[in-house]
Design a protein around this ligand. Sequence first.
Ligand SMILES: CC(C)(COP(=O)(O)OP(=O)(O)OC[C@H]1O[C@@H](n2cnc3c(N)ncnc32)[C@H](O)[C@@H]1OP(=O)(O)O)[C@@H](O)C(=O)NCCC(=O)NCCS
Length: 134
Amino acid sequence: MSNEQRTTLPPGKMPELRVLPMPADANIHGDVFGGWIMAQVDIAGSLPAARRANGRVATIAVNSFLFKHPVFIGDVLTFYADIVKVGKTSITVNVEVYAERNRLQAETVKVTEATLTYVATDEERKPRTLPVLD
Ligand SMILES: CC(C)(COP(=O)(O)OP(=O)(O)OC[C@H]1O[C@@H](n2cnc3c(N)ncnc32)[C@H](O)[C@@H]1OP(=O)(O)O)[C@@H](O)C(=O)NCCC(=O)NCCS
């Protein structure tokens, strides 16, 4: 690993997702397709948002998305998601993605970081005021 920043998975922190990209998730160059990573990030971010909303949410915005290092087929990806802002109906979540490369050697690299905003919605798909926390 030349210019990559090796790290470790955050100790004691619970991931929202762990997934192994397969050859069907590759781009034309054989590395993992960015759109596939974006979909996984959206899923990971939606989980704490839906818990906070106590119900359905819709993604309204991808505020930022950084693909800092490539992801390779066979990397084990771990997604962490933290709520960073809550409004009347919206929840903004920061998602960090780590890749464990060469699984036997356990090299870990933070590959992607993104911030997304979700809106709690009702049965008519309209914005819904977030429940008050106890
Ligand atoms: C989500 C949806 C119901 C929200 O309805 P809306 O009338 O556009 O929403 P509003 O303008 O009332 O804004 C709702 C919240 O989103 C926030 N918001 C709106 N635009 C935003 C943006 N560009 N970035 C971040 N937050 C935004 C508002 O500040 C508001 O938050 P608050 O209530 O906490 O203050 C509607 O936009 C929708 O259905 N979008 C499609 C969702 C979807 O299908 N997503 C999947 C990807 S295709």
